[in-house]
Design a protein around this ligand. Structure first.
Ligand code: FES
Length: 314
């Protein structure tokens, strides 16, 4: 049977700044942790008061036999509760339920060069990629965009790989994206993680400059926003409003609905849910084109709705 659930113990917590904490996890049972390749994330179950949240966090270092996973969590305001729990209540020794790592953001070994672009805490999976690619001797360049007050912090995090091809851009200095993408050799793959606006900008600019789709990669787990809509639960009779900045899955979990999930990125099929009425907006990589066209199924971890209301078999 494929292992999916893991009990993690918090081995260390380090305050990097007033809003960023580095968390080190180990197995709570003593069993070895599965490999967590660069780009992978884990989902953790967090008890916030009387609510249960499942949040996904990228591993900041490849974990192949180290027996631990490292994350960085930013305290956000407003928060669904998860980041405040991690910052205010989580202590060393605490045990958290979670899932095994999933990798929806891998690097491509055939790339001639890897261009990594991060924004804020979106640097987390790129730190793992940078470490792995440098270890492999691959050609890699990283640009991190940061608020002026966080330039020093990100520069310090990137210090082990310091050089001309690792740069932090802060405050008003910005980054000439068009020039950066234009000067890359043919065969380069670009990987971006950060605020949706940054990922949209990088993707849009790369497409406009003629980069093939298969060479543009963005981190895709977690909430991806859109127009709000309402989910009606056919079996229980309830209704859940999905806000513009949360996923359907998050809204269901916040409302106490026991919705299944695993990868939380539209890849594994675990959250497959039957649609009884309404028009889904498919954003997953799991359903076939025919299944999407039928409108009979939706993956709530990433997909949304074109209609104001979706009636689900939940
Ligand atoms: S949880 Fe994996 S596809 Fe939704």
């Amino acid at each position: 049977m494929i292992q999916r659930d893991i009990a993690y113990r918090v081995r260390a917590i380090e305050s990097l700044s007033p809003t960023l904490k580095r968390i080190v996890l180990e197995s709570a049972t003593g069993d070895p942790l599965p490999v967590g390749a660069a780009g992978a994330h884990i989902a953790l179950t967090l008890k916030c008061g009387d609510r249960i949240l499942r949040n996904s966090y990228s591993l900041i270092a490849p974990s192949d036999g180290t027996g631990r996973y490292e994350l960085i969590v930013r305290r956000t305001d407003p928060s669904r509760g998860g980041s405040h729990f991690v910052h205010d209540e989580l202590t060393v020794g605490a045990v958290l339920a979670g899932y095994v790592p999933h990798n929806l953001f891998p690097s491509f070994s055939h790339a001639r060069k890897h261009l990594l672009i991060g924004g804020g805490v979106g640097i987390t999976p790129l730190l793992a990629h940078l470490a792995a690619l440098r270890r492999e001797g691959a050609r890699v360049e990283l640009h991190q965009l940061a608020a002026a007050e966080e330039v020093a912090l990100f520069t310090q995090l990137l210090a082990p790989w310091a050089g001309d091809d690792v740069q932090v851009h802060g405050g008003r200095e910005g980054l000439d994206l068009e020039a950066l993408l234009s000067r890359q050799p043919l065969g380069t793959h670009v990987y971006v993680c950060g605020p949706a606006a940054l990922m949209d900008r990088v993707e849009g600019m790369a497409v406009a400059l003629g980069w093939p789709d298969g060479r543009i990669h963005r981190e895709s787990f977690g909430a991806s926003g859109g127009e709000p809509f309402t989910v009606r639960l056919a079996r229980s009779g309830g209704e859940v409003r999905v806000g513009p900045d949360e996923s359907m899955l998050q809204a269901l979990e916040n409302a106490g609905v026991a919705a299944p999930s695993l990868c939380r990125g539209g890849a594994c099929g675990e959250c497959l849910t039957r649609v009884l009425e309404g028009e889904p907006e498919h954003r997953d990589h799991y359903l076939t084109a025919e299944e999407k066209a039928s409108g009979q199924f939706v993956m709530p971890c990433v997909s949304r709705a074109h209609s104001d209301m979706l009636v689900l078999d939940l």
